[in-house]
Design a protein around this ligand. Sequence first.
Ligand code: 5IU
Length: 260
Amino acid sequence: TDRKDQTFESRISTTNHPLSRRLFKIMLRKKTNLCVAADVATSQQLLSLADQLGPHICLLKTHVDLMSDFTLDTTQELKELAEKHNFLLFEDRKFGDIGNTVAKQYSGGAHKVVEWAHLVTAHALPGPGVIEGLASAAQDQERGCVLVSQMSSVGALTSQEYVNGCSRLAENHTYFVVGFVSQSSVSGDSRFILFTPGVQLDKSVDNLGQQYVTPRAAVLERGADIIIVGRGITQASDPVATAITYKQQAFSAYEERVAG
Ligand code: 5IU
């Protein structure tokens, strides 16, 4: 049967990636398939969002390269909050170079992403080397990547052929690839988790090409397992109450989907 008809419970035993299993278990225990995108400029804002929203999310997505005061102390505190509230850390780095370069970008530089992010995004454009490079830098740590199969922005260049190429790449690297960022049900393989950004309740676009659907549409029409929500929550007047609304809508849409 197809991925989207199967429960997270049943998918725990089909995947061989330890982080996919952890993520399924977190989603079931906390009844949340919400990932918050915390695109904020300061450590204080990031840590405060992580602590406040922690109980309601399965995953916290970061872009640490847009922070003005990043230090590794911030990531240490993030790790502690992730343990306290039982969520995973997801750096949306979109690695997209040859294996040798991404291996160094992942483990080195100012951000040392491999030391604290459970998951990272990668573009499939370079071919298998990008995944092999990341996996080599991860060594024996429990790490994984999510391939960008489709994007939410206007005019994205991801053709059906590109999407199919991403799926083949993932199938050949299940030891490291946990799933896809997508806007449709790009894979029926129940081992892969689909992450869908471009979700907001009261807007359909921003002024720089972002396009939004509702949490229900993301899960029921676009095949999302996990919804990624940024400004809809982070810029709300009450981020916690708003996160609860998104969490409940997305999780009940998931329950509806698997109930058939
Ligand atoms: N993001 C997208 N679309 C994509 C990919 C990533 O929006 O196709 I790949 C990121 C960008 C931002 C978050 O960090 O997801 C969405 O934020 P808003 O909900 O504020 O638009």
